[in-house]
Design a binder for this molecule. Sequence first.
Ligand code: UP5
Ligand code: MG
Length: 195
Amino acid sequence: FANDEVKVIFVLGGPGVGKGTQCANLVRDYDFVHLSAGDLLRAEQAREGSEFGELISTYIREGRIVPQEITIALLRNAMQDEVKKGHTKFLIDGFPRKMDQAIKFEEDVAVSEFTLYFDCSEEIMLQRLLKRGETSGRTDDNIESIKKRFKTFVDTSMPVIDYYRKQDKVITVPCEKTMEEVYNLLKEKISDRMS
Ligand code: UP5
Ligand code: MG
Protein backbone atom coordinates (compact mmCIF):
# COMPACT_ATOMS: atom_id res chain seq x y z
CA PHE A 1 0.00 0.00 0.00
CA ALA A 2 1.16 3.55 -0.63
CA ASN A 3 1.85 6.11 2.06
CA ASP A 4 -1.17 8.22 1.10
CA GLU A 5 -3.64 5.31 0.95
CA VAL A 6 -3.75 5.06 4.74
CA LYS A 7 -4.48 7.36 7.65
CA VAL A 8 -2.35 6.85 10.77
CA ILE A 9 -2.77 8.21 14.29
CA PHE A 10 -0.05 7.40 16.82
CA VAL A 11 -1.20 6.71 20.38
CA LEU A 12 1.56 7.33 22.91
CA GLY A 13 1.87 7.60 26.67
CA GLY A 14 3.59 5.92 29.58
CA PRO A 15 3.26 2.26 30.54
CA GLY A 16 -0.20 1.52 31.91
CA VAL A 17 -1.62 4.95 31.11
CA GLY A 18 -4.60 3.40 29.29
CA LYS A 19 -3.65 3.38 25.61
CA GLY A 20 -5.20 -0.04 24.93
CA THR A 21 -8.31 0.76 26.95
CA GLN A 22 -9.04 4.02 25.14
CA CYS A 23 -8.20 2.59 21.71
CA ALA A 24 -10.84 -0.07 22.31
CA ASN A 25 -13.35 2.71 22.99
CA LEU A 26 -12.38 4.53 19.80
CA VAL A 27 -12.67 1.37 17.70
CA ARG A 28 -16.18 0.82 19.04
CA ASP A 29 -17.28 4.33 18.04
CA TYR A 30 -15.22 5.14 14.94
CA ASP A 31 -14.07 3.39 11.82
CA PHE A 32 -10.48 2.68 12.89
CA VAL A 33 -8.35 -0.44 13.23
CA HIS A 34 -6.34 -0.67 16.46
CA LEU A 35 -2.82 -2.07 16.20
CA SER A 36 -0.78 -2.31 19.39
CA ALA A 37 2.95 -2.69 18.73
CA GLY A 38 3.33 -4.43 22.10
CA ASP A 39 0.55 -6.92 21.26
CA LEU A 40 2.15 -7.63 17.87
CA LEU A 41 5.51 -8.22 19.55
CA ARG A 42 3.97 -10.54 22.15
CA ALA A 43 2.22 -12.51 19.40
CA GLU A 44 5.46 -12.81 17.45
CA GLN A 45 7.26 -13.92 20.60
CA ALA A 46 4.68 -16.68 21.10
CA ARG A 47 4.65 -17.75 17.45
CA GLU A 48 6.12 -21.20 16.90
CA GLY A 49 9.27 -20.97 14.81
CA SER A 50 9.84 -17.24 15.25
CA GLU A 51 13.52 -16.41 15.00
CA PHE A 52 12.96 -13.37 17.24
CA GLY A 53 11.06 -15.01 20.10
CA GLU A 54 13.84 -15.04 22.61
CA LEU A 55 15.08 -11.56 21.76
CA ILE A 56 11.60 -10.06 22.10
CA SER A 57 11.01 -11.79 25.38
CA THR A 58 14.25 -10.41 26.85
CA TYR A 59 13.61 -6.88 25.61
CA ILE A 60 10.08 -6.80 26.96
CA ARG A 61 11.05 -8.08 30.38
CA GLU A 62 13.83 -5.49 30.53
CA GLY A 63 11.54 -2.72 29.30
CA ARG A 64 13.84 -1.99 26.38
CA ILE A 65 12.82 -1.04 22.86
CA VAL A 66 13.02 -3.95 20.41
CA PRO A 67 15.11 -3.10 17.30
CA GLN A 68 12.91 -1.11 14.95
CA GLU A 69 13.29 -3.45 11.95
CA ILE A 70 11.31 -6.15 13.77
CA THR A 71 8.51 -3.91 15.02
CA ILE A 72 8.11 -2.01 11.77
CA ALA A 73 7.91 -5.27 9.78
CA LEU A 74 5.20 -6.57 12.13
CA LEU A 75 3.23 -3.32 11.85
CA ARG A 76 3.56 -3.14 8.11
CA ASN A 77 2.36 -6.74 7.70
CA ALA A 78 -0.59 -6.18 10.01
CA MET A 79 -1.53 -2.99 8.13
CA GLN A 80 -1.19 -4.77 4.79
CA ASP A 81 -3.63 -7.48 5.95
CA GLU A 82 -6.13 -4.82 6.96
CA VAL A 83 -5.75 -2.83 3.75
CA LYS A 84 -6.58 -6.02 1.82
CA LYS A 85 -9.83 -6.13 3.79
CA GLY A 86 -10.55 -2.52 2.86
CA HIS A 87 -9.50 -0.91 6.16
CA THR A 88 -7.30 2.16 5.78
CA LYS A 89 -7.52 4.03 9.10
CA PHE A 90 -5.21 3.01 11.92
CA LEU A 91 -4.61 3.74 15.57
CA ILE A 92 -1.00 2.71 16.12
CA ASP A 93 -0.71 2.14 19.88
CA GLY A 94 2.62 2.23 21.75
CA PHE A 95 4.68 3.14 18.72
CA PRO A 96 6.94 4.93 17.79
CA ARG A 97 8.72 4.97 21.15
CA LYS A 98 12.20 5.80 19.90
CA MET A 99 13.28 8.47 17.40
CA ASP A 100 14.74 6.03 14.87
CA GLN A 101 11.38 4.20 14.69
CA ALA A 102 9.48 7.42 14.11
CA ILE A 103 11.68 8.48 11.25
CA LYS A 104 11.90 5.09 9.58
CA PHE A 105 8.16 4.39 9.84
CA GLU A 106 7.19 7.75 8.38
CA GLU A 107 9.73 7.32 5.58
CA ASP A 108 8.84 3.75 4.65
CA VAL A 109 5.23 3.13 5.75
CA ALA A 110 3.11 6.20 6.41
CA VAL A 111 3.23 9.75 7.72
CA SER A 112 1.09 10.24 10.82
CA GLU A 113 -1.85 12.67 10.87
CA PHE A 114 -1.27 13.44 14.53
CA THR A 115 -0.22 11.89 17.83
CA LEU A 116 -2.46 11.35 20.81
CA TYR A 117 -0.44 11.70 23.98
CA PHE A 118 -1.95 10.24 27.14
CA ASP A 119 -0.52 11.99 30.17
CA CYS A 120 -0.55 10.66 33.73
CA SER A 121 1.65 10.56 36.84
CA GLU A 122 3.93 7.57 37.35
CA GLU A 123 2.31 6.94 40.69
CA ILE A 124 -1.08 6.29 39.10
CA MET A 125 0.40 4.29 36.22
CA LEU A 126 2.24 2.14 38.75
CA GLN A 127 -1.00 1.41 40.63
CA ARG A 128 -2.76 0.48 37.39
CA LEU A 129 0.04 -1.83 36.28
CA LEU A 130 0.41 -3.59 39.62
CA LYS A 131 -3.33 -4.19 39.72
CA ARG A 132 -3.34 -5.50 36.16
CA GLY A 133 -0.31 -7.65 37.01
CA GLU A 134 -2.43 -9.68 39.42
CA THR A 135 -4.15 -11.28 36.43
CA SER A 136 -2.45 -10.18 33.17
CA GLY A 137 0.26 -12.82 33.01
CA ARG A 138 2.47 -10.19 31.36
CA THR A 139 6.13 -10.79 32.13
CA ASP A 140 6.71 -7.04 32.49
CA ASP A 141 3.91 -6.30 35.00
CA ASN A 142 6.18 -6.58 38.05
CA ILE A 143 7.84 -3.81 40.00
CA GLU A 144 11.35 -4.38 38.63
CA SER A 145 10.24 -4.34 35.00
CA ILE A 146 7.81 -1.47 35.55
CA LYS A 147 10.62 0.77 36.90
CA LYS A 148 12.69 -0.01 33.81
CA ARG A 149 9.72 0.71 31.53
CA PHE A 150 9.22 4.10 33.20
CA LYS A 151 12.89 4.97 32.72
CA THR A 152 12.84 3.95 29.06
CA PHE A 153 9.71 6.00 28.55
CA VAL A 154 11.26 9.16 29.99
CA ASP A 155 14.68 8.76 28.36
CA THR A 156 13.76 7.32 24.97
CA SER A 157 10.06 7.82 24.21
CA MET A 158 9.37 11.35 25.49
CA PRO A 159 11.77 12.76 22.87
CA VAL A 160 9.45 11.34 20.19
CA ILE A 161 6.50 13.18 21.69
CA ASP A 162 8.58 16.38 21.90
CA TYR A 163 9.55 15.93 18.25
CA TYR A 164 5.91 15.83 17.16
CA ARG A 165 5.00 18.62 19.55
CA LYS A 166 7.45 20.87 17.73
CA GLN A 167 5.54 20.06 14.54
CA ASP A 168 2.27 20.97 16.28
CA LYS A 169 0.99 17.42 15.81
CA VAL A 170 0.29 16.37 19.41
CA ILE A 171 -3.07 16.27 21.16
CA THR A 172 -2.57 15.77 24.90
CA VAL A 173 -5.20 14.00 26.99
CA PRO A 174 -4.92 13.95 30.80
CA CYS A 175 -5.58 10.37 31.96
CA GLU A 176 -5.76 10.39 35.74
CA LYS A 177 -9.55 10.26 36.02
CA THR A 178 -11.85 7.28 35.49
CA MET A 179 -11.92 5.46 32.15
CA GLU A 180 -15.28 7.05 31.31
CA GLU A 181 -14.14 10.58 32.13
CA VAL A 182 -10.94 10.14 30.15
CA TYR A 183 -12.88 8.85 27.17
CA ASN A 184 -15.35 11.73 27.22
CA LEU A 185 -12.49 14.22 27.23
CA LEU A 186 -10.72 12.32 24.48
CA LYS A 187 -13.83 12.38 22.30
CA GLU A 188 -14.26 16.09 22.86
CA LYS A 189 -10.71 16.69 21.70
CA ILE A 190 -10.65 14.53 18.60
CA SER A 191 -14.09 13.53 17.35
CA ASP A 192 -13.94 16.11 14.55
CA ARG A 193 -10.74 14.48 13.29
CA MET A 194 -11.88 10.87 13.26
CA SER A 195 -13.66 10.77 9.89
N1 UP5 B 1 -6.94 1.43 33.34
C1 UP5 B 1 -6.89 2.03 32.13
N2 UP5 B 1 -7.40 3.27 32.18
C2 UP5 B 1 -7.79 3.48 33.47
C3 UP5 B 1 -8.39 4.58 34.18
N3 UP5 B 1 -8.71 5.73 33.56
N4 UP5 B 1 -8.63 4.44 35.50
C4 UP5 B 1 -8.31 3.26 36.14
N5 UP5 B 1 -7.74 2.20 35.53
C5 UP5 B 1 -7.49 2.29 34.22
O1 UP5 B 1 -4.39 -0.08 30.95
C6 UP5 B 1 -3.56 -0.53 32.01
C7 UP5 B 1 -4.43 -0.95 33.20
O2 UP5 B 1 -5.04 0.20 33.74
C8 UP5 B 1 -5.56 -1.90 32.80
O3 UP5 B 1 -5.73 -2.82 33.82
C9 UP5 B 1 -6.76 -0.96 32.66
O4 UP5 B 1 -7.96 -1.63 32.93
C10 UP5 B 1 -6.45 0.10 33.70
P1 UP5 B 1 -4.03 -0.32 29.42
O5 UP5 B 1 -5.14 0.22 28.61
O6 UP5 B 1 -3.62 -1.72 29.23
O7 UP5 B 1 -2.75 0.65 29.32
P2 UP5 B 1 -1.62 0.73 28.23
O8 UP5 B 1 -1.22 2.15 28.15
O9 UP5 B 1 -2.04 0.04 26.98
O10 UP5 B 1 -0.49 -0.09 29.01
P3 UP5 B 1 0.61 -1.08 28.44
O11 UP5 B 1 1.14 -1.80 29.65
O12 UP5 B 1 0.11 -1.88 27.33
O13 UP5 B 1 1.67 -0.03 27.95
P4 UP5 B 1 3.13 -0.21 27.55
O14 UP5 B 1 3.39 0.94 26.66
O15 UP5 B 1 4.05 -0.35 28.69
O16 UP5 B 1 3.16 -1.64 26.86
P5 UP5 B 1 3.21 -2.11 25.35
O17 UP5 B 1 2.46 -3.35 25.25
O18 UP5 B 1 2.92 -1.01 24.45
O19 UP5 B 1 4.78 -2.44 25.22
C11 UP5 B 1 5.35 -3.46 26.01
C12 UP5 B 1 6.82 -3.58 25.71
O20 UP5 B 1 6.99 -3.98 24.35
C13 UP5 B 1 7.67 -2.32 25.84
O21 UP5 B 1 8.04 -2.07 27.16
C14 UP5 B 1 8.85 -2.67 24.95
O22 UP5 B 1 9.74 -3.52 25.61
C15 UP5 B 1 8.18 -3.44 23.82
N6 UP5 B 1 7.88 -2.56 22.66
C16 UP5 B 1 8.91 -2.26 21.79
O23 UP5 B 1 10.06 -2.70 21.98
N7 UP5 B 1 8.65 -1.47 20.70
C17 UP5 B 1 7.43 -0.96 20.44
O24 UP5 B 1 7.26 -0.26 19.44
C18 UP5 B 1 6.36 -1.27 21.33
C19 UP5 B 1 6.63 -2.07 22.44
MG1 MG C 1 -1.26 -1.58 25.87
